[in-house]
Structures are given as C-alpha cells and as structure tokens.
Design a protein around this ligand. Structure first.
Ligand SMILES: C[S@@+](CC[C@H](N)C(=O)[O-])C[C@H]1O[C@@H](n2cnc3c(N)ncnc32)[C@H](O)[C@@H]1O
Length: 273
C-alpha cells in the first residue's frame, strides 16, 4: 500500500473532526468525489489547505453548515428519470393499491422534488389519501427548501416534460400556482408529506414502509456505507415491499442482493423477498 499524502491525512482528520464535533459521518463516502467537493470548498472559503478549513469549521458552526452544502450534492428535478415514475405508476402502485393504507420513504430527498413528484403520482392514482410519504435528508438547508415546495419558474419546463414522459394524467400546471418567478406546489399534497432529518450513515431504521425510494444517493458512498444504507432500507420494508434505486445504482454488488428480487430491472426497482 502506498504512503498517504499530506492531503490524504488532512482529509481524514477533517472528516474525523466533523464527526466528533457535529456527528455527521462522511468517513465512508466515496473518496474521489469527496476530494473534488472539498477542493471546491477550499476555493469558496478562500483557505489554502484542508487543515485551515478544518480549523475554521471546528470553531465556527456556521461555516460547517455552509460546508455541508459542498459535501452533499443537491441536484434534483421533479419526475427525474421519468421511466422510473412510469414504472411506479404502472407496476408498483397496482400492488400498493391492495393495501388499506401504506407508507413511502424517500431517502436522500434533497430539496424535495422527488417527494413532491411522488405525492402528485399518488394523488393522480387516487391513493394519496391513504398514504404518507416520509422524505428525509441530512442537509437542513435542503430540507427547508423541500418543505416550502417552491421552485424557480424556469425549472418547470423540464419538470413538465418529465411529468408528461412519466405518464402524467393532466398538465403539471394544475399542480402548482405560478407567480412571476416561482411555482408553488399545491398545498393539498403537503398534508401527506413529512420532511425529516435522517442519516443513512448514522441513524437506524426510520419507519416501516411499503415503498422506499433512494435514488442518486448511494453513488456518493463507499462499499461499506452502501451496504449499511441498503441494509437500513431493507429493514424498513415490509415483506414484499419495494425498493427503488436510481438508474446509476444497483443492488447487485451489495451484501443484500439475495434478499431482493428484481421487479422492474431497467429502473432498478426491487421487491423484498
Ligand atoms: C443528488 S441528491 C438526490 C436527490 C433525489 N433523491 C434525486 O434523485 O433527485 C443526494 C442527496 O443525498 C443526501 N445525502 C447525502 N448523504 C446522506 C446520508 N448519509 N443520509 C441521507 N441523505 C444523504 C444529500 O444531502 C442530497 O440531498
């Protein structure tokens, strides 16, 4: 094994310091992507080294909150990867429809687009009144935006195209109120979404659910943490419950693949055995 560079050591010390001081655990995130994000943070904070950054975030909680925005990736869109939502609509919801009530967990919900999309999907299928969506993330700033459900108006062109491609039954505009600059999602949806802080790295099972959706999150974790997170998601699922991962993720190389069956392989939707 090669000798660690000073930057390797500094990065490890930074992640340990963050864990000890703020209890956020980035120690098992994928190293290459963490390095890129820390490099961007150094420029933003105008500090010359990771050690300087560590000193700053250790002593300034507000700097840590800011750094969190760099360490986590907040990219999301409504009805992102539309075929995923189409498969949920056409293949998973017919199962869930047979339950009197059911719960959905959107883990790593970022700024909320996926959770609001899920609520629209359930509403259009006549299932929202008997369901509850838990939407969780580690980034408090993102959760605040998620809870507001207000997005810049120029983003709705893409959201609408995704919605139509996902088999949307109306026009997306019937689900939001547009002002000159923003779209506010329909408040009737919000009653069925519970936004909450939860870490797949440090917390335990969040709730018992029939469908867990965790997309574009595991890609940032190393193998061990992926196994931990998938274990949590599996333990949260009722028997025969569904797990949806993003198109970039797969269960195949995790320790839990034998406890799931493929359900919609092309959209990485699995069923717990
Ligand atoms: C790229 S976003 C994915 C958003 C949405 N699921 C989607 O596919 O559009 C990744 C999210 O994972 C969250 N995240 C990172 N580490 C996490 C952890 N340990 N537990 C829960 N969420 C985490 C980040 O804060 C970020 O909001």
């Amino acid at each position: 094994m090669s000798e660690p560079t000073p930057e390797d050591v500094e990065l490890n010390v930074l992640l340990d310091a963050i864990y000890q001081r703020y209890h956020y655990d980035f120690r098992k995130y994928s190293e290459a992507s963490l390095r890129r994000r820390v490099a961007t943070a150094l420029l933003h904070f105008r500090v010359a080294s990771i050690s300087r950054l560590q000193e700053k975030v250790l002593h300034e909680p507000r700097a840590f909150t800011e750094l969190l925005g760099f360490l986590t990736v907040q990219v999301s869109d409504m009805f992102r990867d539309p075929t995923y939502f189409k498969s949920l609509r056409e293949q998973v919801l017919p199962y869930l429809r047979t339950y009197p009530t059911f719960k959905v967990w959107v883990a790593g919900c970022s700024t909320g687009e996926e959770a609001w999309s899920m609520a629209i999907l359930l509403a259009e299928e006549g299932l929202l009144d008997r369901s509850l969506i838990y939407a969780t993330d580690i980034n408090p700033e993102a959760l605040r935006t998620a809870e507001e459900g207000v997005y810049a108006l120029e983003r709705f062109a893409l959201f609408s195209a995704n919605y139509q491609a996902s088999g949307g039954k109306r026009s997306l505009s019937s689900w939001y109120h547009a002002s000159s600059r923003a779209g506010l999602l329909d408040r009737s949806l919000k009653k069925h979404i519970l936004f909450s802080d939860h870490s797949l790295a440090t917390d335990s099972v969040f709730a018992e659910v029939e469908l867990a959706s965790c997309r574009n999150v595991l890609i940032y974790f190393d193998k061990d943490l992926q196994n931990r997170a998938v274990g949590l998601l599996r333990d949260s699922l009722r028997r025969k419950g569904f797990l949806g991962l993003g198109s970039k993720e797969s269960l195949r190389f995790t320790a839990h693949s034998a406890t799931f069956a493929d359900f919609v392989p092309q959209d990485r939707i699995y069923q717990r055995l």
